[in-house]
Design a binder for this molecule. Structure first.
Ligand SMILES: [Zn+2]
Length: 299
């Protein structure tokens, strides 16, 4: 009887191991040890993400949902590295509110990793979980998730900050370069959280001051003068109207199959885009437009 596994451990064949042990090429080592393949994900369309709402095309989303299409996202290895760093930094600040904002000024839902239950809304807990008794160190920040099918949107806010006596939304952006003013699409994203959250009255147990929000840009480069810049965002009607219109077109489209108009840029370019910038719904979008159909028809 054999108790000890004697068959060879699966792994690279000997010649490949020898090759790896003899190389000093950083690129070769990376591709063999880290794995630098692009990540491919096929996601169903669903609701429009507020994090991309400035550039989202409601026509693409209506067609995508009606034909139950998926949106293929190919994230290259270099981009994944950058995205992961962004997620790690967000998580670090959310779970260590003392680092920048003060423990008493960051609010959110706190989720217990030990029992997988959401403990409570408020500032970071320093007591054991009321459900399972696990240490507070098992509690992690859970972002406020806004999901409004009747508005066609979903999103998650980075932070809820207490500023004076008000509670306000804040978005953090980690930047590789210095900026002098907030980025337009970020202003639209934050303004949209502020605007749409009023349609989610049971979503938060506190009153959010929707007149002001903050974009907090953190520099990833060393910067003596201004490592962090905070911009005040006050949503205006002019800013929000096109977004409200996208939301309306999506909802109407889903209910009646009436397609929103294609983007002017798509018509102007005759639906031709550079190879790395194609729309997954390009073919049905273009076909409906050229045939003059304003209602979605599955072919
Ligand atoms: Zn627990």
């Amino acid at each position: 009887m054999r108790f000890i596994r004697t068959d060879p451990v699966p792994g690279p064949p000997k010649s490949q191991r020898e090759f790896l042990d003899n190389t000093r090429d950083p690129q070769v080592l990376t591709s063999h040890i880290v794995g630098d393949k692009p990540e491919v994900r096929d996601r169903p369309y669903g609701l429009m993400y507020l994090s991309q709402i400035d550039s989202v095309c409601p026509r693409e989303y209506v067609i995508g949902n009606l034909q139950q299409g998926t949106k293929r996202e190919v994230v290259s290895f270099p981009l994944r590295v950058i995205f992961n760093m962004g997620s790690a930094l967000h998580s670090w600040v959310q779970n260590h509110p003392e680092v920048y904002f003060g423990v008493k000024n960051v609010l959110g839902f706190w989720h217990c990793m030990a029992c997988q239950r959401t403990r409570r809304f408020g500032v970071k807990p320093f007591d054991s979980c009321e459900f399972c008794g696990a240490s507070y160190q098992a509690s992690v920040y859970k972002e406020y998730a806004l999901r409004l099918p009747d508005k066609g949107i979903s999103g998650k806010t980075d932070l809820i900050l207490k500023v004076g006596s008000k509670y306000r939304f804040a978005e953090m952006k980690f930047m590789a370069k210095d900026i002098e003013s907030p980025i337009g699409s970020d202003v639209v994203q934050l303004s949209s959280y502020m605007y749409f959250s009023k349609f989610d009255p049971d979503g938060l147990p506190i009153d959010i001051d929707r007149s002001i929000g903050y974009l907090v840009y953190v520099s990833k480069m060393f910067n003596f003068r201004a490592p962090i810049k905070t911009f005040k965002v006050e949503p205006t009607e002019r800013l929000m109207n096109p977004i409200i219109e996208k939301s309306r077109q999506f909802v109407v489209g889903m209910a009646t199959s009436v397609l929103p108009e294609p983007k002017a840029a798509c018509v102007r370019k005759n639906f031709y885009f550079a190879k790395n910038k194609t729309c997954p719904m390009l073919d049905p979008c273009k076909a409906h437009f050229l045939e003059g159909k304003n209602k979605y028809e599955k072919n």
